[in-house]
Design a protein around this ligand. Structure first.
Ligand code: ADP
Ligand code: ZN
Length: 737
């Protein structure tokens, strides 16, 4: 079992063939937090193979699981219970089983919990109840009331309709329909289930590609196994190019999955896909209805869902014959799942591709350092799209030194940025003010005694949200009303808001530009895909002059009239001990900058910073990505940080502070001491309290040739975590809170 994501590329672990039936007893994995399958007897007459879905008794329950392999033989065969039944369903493909094993091993997660991600739609295993619709029946000699007349008239010109829809369309109660059914005026017929996806046409005409695009597209359309990075600036046509790889995959009769950070799955993307392939893709994200979820899961398994676009969990769908994986915006930290089974979906996509020997395409304008290093070492290939499509130029990035160019008291827009905004608005162009912080103010304090309003459950300030008229914790969701008096000194009306959130910035913008048509875009105002579409359309169609937003606007959207971007606090992501802080700041700033100048007029970007001399700010200004990334890589190489060394974070937590401190000491005593392995901590986590749990961290750092999993397994062997003590293991951590 390989233990490193990129080792998979070197080792070539052969997927386990699974065609032969197993013996008299089998190991069945159930989708629960278990580290191994349980043994069951195979009833006479049943032949089971790896991947078969079966129901088995578990305690007093009956659960659906998957035949995982031969019995482990660790239980007396006389005590084994028999498998209840095999479900009439295609088995979970062998590669899916291998992949689940791999993810569990690598992430040190219970393999049953990983299976649960692949079986996230339990209802999908049941045969779908046929939907019934009504059509005109044969009865005569029945009194036809007005209401009944309306129903019959409607059905005369319509295919059969389900009862609620029919009642609504004919403006009658469902009771009327039921009665008409009894009388024989209506007849019920089974309806075909509306598939939530179409059949994309491989040979539909695409746009005429530029020569660089065409070259990249031809290369990708060869569908060579292995990883290829599409490295191209925003607007260079990366999407158009990977569409050609999808077309090739469809021609080969295989399925494709496109993974996007959830926030980037925009209506614009879907519209483009449909325009290119004459059919909508299957979607996989948190907002799907139950029926769409069931049908899509089954469509992955039976192969009818040809192209799936989705968030990171789309990787765990049971694809019958996956031929291509695309990870768009591969640098996004949103690909890291931080709770439940912890995994990096981009890295796991590379593993999944390797197991299936299929191509994986990573696309980004600002590739992650990990990916760049893999390109340099030759493990990944790269294709380049250096120019924006249609000759649009990349915006020039300028720095505003806030130490010299000072905003006024209680304001955040520097005089020079104000002047640029005036100019832009006067020219009838669109501008964007970006501040990546929700709410009105990140901190509220009492002017009399200095007390700060803090979350009772977390090491975090409460953030004032005027839009919702609440104080909220951005870490645990706690909220309360703004108190009248300070809880510490009891003085009334002495609270002061400190610092800006996007709502406060909007207030300043309203005062400075009262005549501009303004729109605030944050997750508080953009409350779902439909709302997002409507608001983005307003911007695209120029019904808005000034957009004020958080990172919700940074991804995927095309605003052809936008020419000025002002970033109010470019330093925001640089505080705290995050390994990737500078890299992420570079990526986010580039992404926001990329919103400007997509139309005919060139764009300008202004970054407000207190630290213009910092390497990342200078790199943004000069546009020298290569030099910046090389310097970052050098820093990490010197300190042995990823990707030149390996990290695993251990977070020990409990509601009981004494228990967690005690256990941390115990673990520290047995911490590994050996060449190439360093243990940092125990130390209180920066979020020392989260959701009421006290947290202590260890960081395990190993040399690149030492797998942290092995070190951890021997360190933690036999350790017990009684009570509500919990140890979370995070291999390749992205969060250092
Ligand atoms: P990226 O994914 O690199 O940001 P996109 O694929 O979104 O770039 O392309 C940016 C814009 O340019 C889109 O509106 C896209 O439709 C358009 N575009 C890109 N390439 C072409 C082309 N060859 N012909 C027509 N339009 C194109
Ligand atoms: Zn909280």
């Amino acid at each position: 079992m390989p233990t490193e994501t990129d080792h998979a590329l070197e080792e070539g672990g052969e997927p386990v063939a699974s065609a032969h039936p197993l013996g008299q007893s089998v190991g069945v994995l159930v989708p629960l937090a278990l580290f191994q399958p349980y043994d069951y007897l195979v009833p006479a007459g049943l032949q089971l193979r790896r991947g078969d879905f079966v129901t088995v008794p578990l305690g007093r329950r009956s659960v659906t699981g998957v035949v995982w392999g031969p019995a482990l033989g660790d239980v007396d065969p006389a005590k084994l219970k028999p498998v209840t039944a095999r479900l009439p369903l295609a088995p979970l493909p062998a590669i899916s089983c291998d992949f689940i094993d791999w993810v569990a091993q690598y992430g040190m997660a219970p393999v049953g919990a990983v299976l649960r991600m692949a079986m996230s739609v339990p209802d999908a295993l049941e045969p779908e109840r046929a939907l019934k619709g009504w059509t005109i029946g044969a009865a005569m000699d029945v009194k036809i009331t007005d209401a009944r007349r309306r129903v019959l008239d409607l059905l005369a010109g319509s295919p059969p309709l389900p009862p609620t829809e029919l009642a609504r369309a004919a403006a009658v109660s469902v009771g009327v329909i039921t009665e008409m059914g009894k009388l024989g005026l209506l007849r019920s017929v089974p309806l075909a289930l509306p598939r939530p996806y179409g059949d994309p046409e491989a040979d539909a005409a695409g746009p005429v590609l530029s020569s660089a695009q065409g070259e990249a597209a031809r290369d990708l359309a060869k569908l060579q196994p292995g990883v290829t990075l599409i490295d191209g600036v925003t607007g260079s046509g990366k999407t158009e190019v990977y569409f050609e790889a999808i077309a090739a995959c469809l021609r080969a009769g295989k399925q494709a999955v496109v993974m996007v950070p959830e926030i980037a799955l925009t209506p614009q993307w879907l519209t483009r896909f449909e325009a290119r392939f004459n059919a909508p893709p299957a979607q996989w994200h948190s907002e799907l209805t139950g029926l769409a979820r069931r049908l899509t899961w089954r469509g992955a398994l039976d192969g009818s869902a040809k192209v799936v676009v989705g968030a990171r969990s789309a990787l765990f769908l049971p694809y019958r014959d996956l031929g291509l994986i695309i990870v768009d915006e591969e640098h996004e930290s949103a690909f890291k799942q931080e709770d439940g089974v912890i995994y990096q979906a981009r890295d796991m996509a590379v593993v999944r591709g390797h197991l299936a020997k299929i191509p994986v395409i990573l696309a980004s304008a600002t590739p992650s350092l990990e990916t760049m290093v893999n390109v340099e070492s030759g493990r990944y290939r790269a294709v380049h799209l250096p120019d924006r499509h249609g000759g649009a130029t990349l915006p020039a990035i300028h720095l505003i030194d806030l130490r010299l160019d000072k905003p006024g008291r209680q304001s955040w827009i520097a005089p020079s940025l104000k002047a640029e905004l005036d100019k832009t608005l006067a020219a009838g162009e669109q501008a964007l003010l970006f501040l990546n912080r929700r709410g009105y103010a990140p901190l509220t304090l009492c002017r009399t005694c200095g007390h700060r309003l803090q979350c009772p459950r977390c090491t975090a300030w409460l953030v004032e949200h005027r839009f919702h008229q609440k104080l909220m914790c951005h870490h645990c969701g706690f909220e309360q009303n703004m108190p009248d008096a300070c809880p510490a000194c009891l003085n009334e009306g002495s609270f002061a808001a400190c610092g800006p959130g996007v709502e406060r910035l909007a207030e300043e913008a309203a005062a400075l530009f009262p005549d501009a048509r303004r729109l605030v875009l944050t997750s508080d105002t953009v409350t779902g895909p439909a709302k997002a579409e409507a608001l983005m359309k307003m911007v695209a169609e120029r019904e808005v002059d000034l957009v004020i937003g958080t990172q919700i606007i940074a991804k995927g959207h095309n605003f052809p009239h936008l020419t000025l971007v002002g970033v109010v606090d470019a330093d925001l992501g640089l505080h705290g001990g995050d390994l990737r802080a500078a890299e992420r700041t570079y990526q986010l700033m580039q992404q926001v900058a990329g919103r400007a100048g997509r139309g005919e007029k060139p764009g300008r970007v202004y970054l407000q910073t207190y630290d213009p001399d910092r390497a990342v700010m200078q790199a943004l200004k000069s546009g020298d990505r290569e030099a910046f990334m090389a310097a970052e890589a050098e820093d990490r190489r010197e300190s042995g940080m990823p990707p030149f060394g390996r990290l695993a974070a251990l977070i020990l937590s409990s509601r009981d502070e004494a228990a967690v401190t005690q256990k941390a000491r115990e673990l520290a005593r047995t911490a590994p001491h050996r060449e190439g392995v360093t243990v940092l901590g125990p130390a209180p986590a920066p979020m020392a309290l989260l959701r009421g749990r006290h947290r202590i961290r260890f960081l395990l750092k190993t040399r690149r040739d030492i797998a942290p999993q092995g070190v951890l397994r021997s360190w933690l062997k036999g350790q017990k975590f009684p009570g509500d003590l919990r140890l979370q293991i995070d291999i390749d951590p992205y969060s250092f809170m």
